[in-house]
Design a protein around this ligand. Structure first.
Ligand code: FES
Length: 107
């Protein structure tokens, strides 16, 4: 499997190209590319500091959020019903190649 290429929009509105390797979650790809994602719980769906927004069309192709993920997100800054995900809960998939991911406001 080859790497995915993503466009990341940071909290200042600047865009960054990023390579996502197949053995990483999206959160790990963001963190390893020095994007400001705190990921303070280390990827266990309990902090919401890895919150990102996906485009609606992309969001709709993914599996539903787990109850834990959903409960954290609904209280998170800027929550979007059709867009918010915890990036630590997103595993690599080829469907997520070429997509744009926007970092949510800081908690
Ligand atoms: S890293 Fe904490 S919820 Fe994703």
């Amino acid at each position: 499997m080859s790497n995915n290429k993503l466009t990341i929009i940071d909290r200042k509105g600047s865009s960054h190209e990023l390579e996502w390797e197949p053995d990483q979650t999206l959160m790990e790809a963001l963190r390893d590319n020095d994007l400001p994602v705190l990921a303070s719980c280390g990827g266990t769906a309990s902090c919401a500091t890895c919150h990102v927004f996906l485009e609606k069309e992309v969001f709709e192709t993914l599996n539903e959020r787990s109850e834990d993920e959903f409960e954290l997100l609904v209280d998170a800054e800027g929550y979007q019903e059709c867009g918010s995900r915890l990036s630590c809960q997103l595993g690599f998939s080829e469907e997520l190649n070429g997509v744009t991911v926007t970092l949510a406001p800081e908690e």
